[in-house]
Write a protein that binds this ligand. Structure first.
Ligand SMILES: Cc1ncc(COP(=O)(O)O)c(C=O)c1O
Length: 426
């Protein structure tokens, strides 16, 4: 196949930033084949979406079967089996207190829904988020997003009532993990004393593993302290696991690792292996306080996406993907730590399971490493490995391979990354 796209292709909005210009012809497992015939090892997973690998045969078969029966059966009008099946599959891997389900199509929509639900349950308006957060780019979600000023470009008139507190990010704060937790909790305490009383707060919203903000896992002690604080003041604790959910961290959900259960959970990305699907999950008793009709959407709970979700969860369970993510994550981190020993700019290797971040520090600061990170990613692309950046200053390269990645593929990625580190010039 020849390429249709070239750099002058005139009709695609430049509002999309674009890391690579490779045109995809087909994709399977951990690999993308480009229109020019080159094969790329894809460790971006479409930003943490194709967790079962590209075109997992069980997911493809479920999509085809459902599309042959019916494609759309609108959730306000009828009930359909794929939705009931997905709820059953999700209930089997969630704590019993999370037994009320609402579905939409994108992560941002789920976050919008979660905040509306928290306000409906508590009768309060304010929301606390953390530095480096990414919750989406629709109106309210954008107001909750603090990872990059660019996401708010030319849209600074935003919904009010959002308060930002530090995330316990040891490298950024220049502190030990324990000290960063103390600092983050003290800062929250000060925020409650100086800006908004906790009795006015509807929700504390956090990514248990910071995603776009840099791939940083919040220590269990921090999440447990937030849980206690929310219980004390009647605040809804909302975990955004849109990027960290569905086996990505080696557990079904990253909160399983911390044993801290949220009041409201948002999910998307890996839920349906690439079909647009997201969820707001909470206690059914809370869901009953959400006035009927005050939230919804035409496509939410689409039957084909739901069927893909059911097949995704079954394939993950049958093929032990969360456990493979834990094992391959260990292998990846061990290889990256070895490389860090030879490349001083590679300051930290971190993150659970296959949600791994490698942060670069140049001249003493991550603020100076953007050019180096860009050069390393370009060297990897030249060697047919796709990796993504993240972080406020683009100082981190993130590793998001599919959860069924093989040891051979991880090793291939490490070899290429080692070559790219040696070749990259900022
Ligand atoms: C943690 C988190 N929340 C929300 C979103 C928004 O999801 P979407 O892009 O599907 O709107 C993202 C997307 O990257 C995310 O990583």
């Amino acid at each position: 196949m020849s390429r249709l796209f070239d750099d002058n292709f005139p009709n695609m909005s430049p509002v999309w930033s674009r890391l690579f210009t490779l045109e995809v012809e087909s994709a399977s497992g951990s690999w993308i084949t480009a229109a020019d015939g080159r094969r790329f090892l894809d460790f971006t997973c479409g930003i943490g979406v194709t967790n079962t690998g590209h075109c997992h045969p069980k997911v493809v078969a479920a999509i085809a079967a459902q599309a042959g029966k019916f494609i759309h059966a609108q959730a306000n009008i009828v009930i359909h089996r794929p939705m009931l099946e997905l709820i059953a599959e999700l209930k089997a891997i969630l704590p019993p207190t999370l037994d009320g389900f609402f579905f939409s199509s994108s992560g941002a929509e789920a976050v919008e829904g979660a905040i509306k639900l928290a306000r409906a349950v508590t009768g309060r308006q304010s929301v606390v988020v953390f530095n480096g957060s990414f919750h989406g780019r629709t109106g309210q979600a954008m107001a909750l997003t603090t990872s990059k000023a660019g996401y708010r470009g030319r849209s600074q008139l935003m919904p009010s009532g959002v308060h930002v507190s530090p995330y316990p990010y040891p490298l950024r704060l220049g502190m030990s993990p324990e000290a960063s937790v103390r600092f983050a909790l003290d800062s929250l305490d000060e925020l409650f004393a100086s800006q908004v009383a906790p009795t006015d707060v509807a929700a504390i919203l956090i990514e248990p593993v910071l995603g776009e903000g840099g791939y940083v896992e919040a220590p269990t002690a921090f999440l447990a302290a937030l849980r206690a604080l929310c219980d004390r003041h009647g605040i809804m604790l909302v975990f955004d696991e849109i990027q960290s959910g569905f086996g990505r961290t080696g557990a079904w959900f990253s909160f399983d690792r911390a044993a801290v259960i949220p009041d409201i959970l948002t999910l998307a990305k890996g839920i349906a292996s690439g079909l647009p699907l997201s969820a707001v999950i909470s206690k059914l008793d809370y869901m009953k306080k959400w006035p009927t009709g005050s939230h919804g959407g035409t496509f939410g709970g689409n039957a084909v996406a739901m069927a893909a979700g059911v097949a995704t969860l079954r394939a993950m369970r049958e093929e032990g993907m969360p456990a493979n993510a834990a094992a391959m994550g260990e292998r990846l981190r061990a290889g990256l730590c070895k490389l860090a020993g030879r490349h001083p700019a590679l300051a930290e290797v971190r993150g659970p399971g296959l949600m791994v971040g490698t942060e670069f520090v140049v001249d003493g600061s991550p603020r100076n490493s953007k050019a180096l990170v860009k050069a390393i990613i370009a060297e990897c692309e030249a060697r047919e490995l796709l990796l993504l950046n993240c972080g406020t200053w683009d100082s981190t390269i993130r590793w998001i391979p599919p959860l069924n990645v093989s040891a051979k593929e991880i090793d291939r990625g490490l070899t290429v990354f080692g070559e790219a580190l040696a070749a990259a010039k900022a």
